[in-house]
Ligand binder design. Structure first.
Ligand code: NAP
Length: 318
């Protein structure tokens, strides 16, 4: 079996940027990009905050551009999901079903996915009134009555953004204290379109072809009641896609991979992590891409330092 210099797991902004830098450094990276490549940007419409796209770009189009740019320099792709990894010895092993791949370095860029409530009616209405991305879908709710679930910064950010479109935004939170920062709460307090439903959860989404109402339940009295609604935005956090790695790599209590500060190195030599899989603070395409670049440079330096390895020129600025 061929031992590669680098395998990149994950095909989002971090993975493709790592692939671009590594391919330009002649590391001939293999990107196992996932069956559904592209990551969270594939469910985003207009991206207006990625530098270089002055007129904005559709999320899927941007990801196709990233991918094509890496491919141009020789990155190789497998459009399938990694099923198992073994980082116990060099070279590290990565499996896709029965197919085994070996590499001296691995970059993990598997991203994160939005958490949903997990109630049966939610699945049926996803994309038809239920969303986890106001940035993507708020414009569909112009002059509508919408609910946001959550009490963290994301929920406030989503709710405030929605007030630009919706006629009324109600933020439902299961407690009476918010986890969100004071500045966000203050901003929401001042917004006349926004109100709170505290000590409550969404029990059921009512409607057939579209969302018509929500059944709310009090977390204090257990009493339930129905409210008319046109949409529901779920903003209760994200889960990093790290199930394959947490038994081998250091992670925090939420499952995010832990990297050495100022670098993308994990606790295992030769294994690096980039993008949302190790970042629950910024979670932007640009920051993910930046850390993908860092991971490629870190992998390159690691390879250059390996005994007997011919070494490679650092690509920074090339
Ligand atoms: P978060 O801080 O973990 O908040 C998640 C919220 O959802 C919490 O209020 C939680 O309630 C609630 N929740 C969780 N599971 C729930 C369920 N099943 N049903 C109902 N409610 C549920 O997540 P986040 O808001 O996504 O923020 C993640 C990180 O990104 C934070 O560090 C945040 O500061 C950062 N962030 C920053 C900005 C910004 O600065 N502009 C914007 C977005 C995010 P409890 O409070 O009761 O646990």
């Amino acid at each position: 079996m061929k031992t590669r210099e680098l395998i990149i797991i994950g095909g989002g902004p971090a993975g493709y940027t790592a692939a671009l830098y590594a391919a330009r450094a002649d590391l001939e990276p293999l990107v196992i990009e996932g069956f559904q490549w592209g990551g969270q940007l594939m469910i985003t419409s207009d991206v207006e905050n990625y530098p270089g796209y002055a007129d904005g770009v559709m999320g899927p189009e941007m990801m196709a551009d990233f991918r094509r740019q890496a491919e141009r320099f020789g990155a190789e792709f497998i459009t399938d999901d990694v099923t198992r990894v073994d980082f116990s010895e060099q070279p590290h092993r990565v499996y896709v079903g029965d197919d085994e791949y070996a590499a001296r370095t691995v970059i993990i860029a598997t991203g994160a996915t939005a958490r949903f409530l997990g109630i049966p009616s939610e699945e049926k209405h996803k994309g038809r009134g239920v969303s986890a991305c106001a940035t993507c879908d708020a414009a569909f709710f112009r002059d509508k009555d919408v609910y946001v679930v959550g009490g963290g910064d994301s929920a406030f950010e989503e709710a405030l953004f929605l007030t630009k479109f919706a006629s009324r935004v109600h933020l439902v939170h299961r407690r009476d204290e918010f986890r969100a920062s004071k500045i966000m709460v203050d901003r929401a307090d001042r917004n006349e379109k926004l109100d709170y439903v505290l000590n409550a959860v969404v029990d059921e989404i009512v409607g057939d072809a579209k969302v018509e109402a929500l059944r709310l339940r009090s977390t204090v009295t257990d009493e339930t009641w129905e409210v008319p609604a046109d949409g529901l935005f779920v903003a209760i956090g994200h889960d990093p896609s790290t199930a394959l790695f947490v038994d081998q790599l250091d992670h925090d209590d939420q499952g995010y991979l832990v990297t050495v500060p100022g670098s993308t190195a994990t606790n295992i030599p030769g294994v690096f992590a980039a993008g949302d899989v190790q970042d629950h603070t910024y979670r932007q395409a640009i920051t993910a891409a930046g850390s993908g670049c860092m991971a490629a440079l870190d992998a390159e330096r690691f390879l250059a330092a390996l005994e007997g390895h011919p070494g490679t020129a650092l690509t920074a600025g090339r």
